[in-house]
Design a protein around this ligand. Structure first.
Ligand code: FAD
Length: 249
């Protein structure tokens, strides 16, 4: 099965001052776990840009990407129109585990790191787990109502904002404390300081999806290697999801 294919943009919509959602259609056969990512070619740019798969449907042949416009590459993505053709490597990385045996996993997202949690929640729910989602943002203006997307699939969801302008004031860990939420595993994606705090502070097993600048996206160029407890790991190929004990914090 080819990981490199052409996809057609179905829609590309602005959600906030910086966040967009794009739906593409094409071959999804290579996606086999929530938390995998695509590496999207940007015309005129040498390096592709990695973006997590927020959601997908094998039945409809659709992939949903949620992205923040932070530079020229993501800026060019925001200019893409329905009907445009996009060259994309799909189904990259290991993705989140779905066999943790957890009953009530906590799904913890920070900023655009909330993106891959949607399909993860859908998948864990289908497998009989009862996920609880907590989304953290800096301010209400950064949030685009993603908690409602979880509620639509029957998953309990909360938000925290650092400035207290929506939800609980503070971080995702403040929601856990304030609401007395308990879980038996955690899956997290977000900025490194958040992931470090979770791995050091939560006394339940868990895993985190980490980001870095990357080149090829499929393990050949080695430019996204990180030092891990068991030796050098490539974020794109061995990750982006790592069990907390695999990484040196
Ligand atoms: P650039 O001009 O390349 O950079 C603009 C700014 O963003 C710079 O400050 C730069 O340091 C910073 N930046 C660039 N790339 C990264 C990166 N990989 N990690 C952290 N900071 C970066 N972004 C999303 O919006 N949605 C996603 O779902 C998403 N998933 C990702 C999954 C993986 C596995 C990885 C590695 C990254 C993911 N990213 C995601 C980050 C995204 O790849 C970058 O924001 C994007 O490549 C920036 O490209 P640019 O040309 O717009 O900006």
């Amino acid at each position: 099965m080819n990981i490199k294919n052409n996809y057609t943009v179905i829609s590309n919509r602005r959600l906030t001052h910086k966040t967009w959602v794009m739906t593409l259609c094409g071959d999804t056969g290579m996606i086999n776990a929530p938390g995998q990512f695509v590496n999207i070619a940007i015309p005129g740019k040498y390096l592709r840009r990695p973006i997590s798969i927020c959601d997908y449907s094998h039945e409809r042949g659709e992939v949903v990407l949620l992205y923040d416009v932070v530079g020229e590459g993501t800026g060019a993505m925001s200019e893409m129109r329905p009907g445009d053709t996009v060259d994309m490597l799909n189904g990259l990385g290991n993705g989140f585990s779905t066999d943790s045996g957890a009953r009530r996993p906590l799904l913890l997202g920070g900023g655009i790191g909330c993106a891959p949690l949607l399909n993860l929640a859908r998948t864990l729910k289908r497998l009989g787990q009862e996920p609880v989602v907590i989304l953290g943002y800096n301010t209400a203006a950064d949030s685009f109502g993603m908690e409602k997307w979880f509620e639509e699939i029957g998953v309990e969801a909360y938000i925290a904002t650092v400035d207290g302008s929506a939800g609980t004031k503070g971080f995702v860990t403040d929601v856990i404390r304030e609401k007395g939420i308990s879980g038996d595993y955690f899956h997290a994606c977000g900025p490194m300081p958040m992931l470090r705090a979770l791995c050091q502070g939560l006394d339940i097993p868990g895993e985190v999806s980490i980001e870095s600048r990357m080149g090829c996206g499929f393990g050949t160029c080695m430019c996204c290697s990180v030092e891990a407890a068991v030796g050098a790991k490539r974020i794109c190929k061995d990750g982006p999801v790592f069990r907390k004990e695999e990484l040196i914090w």
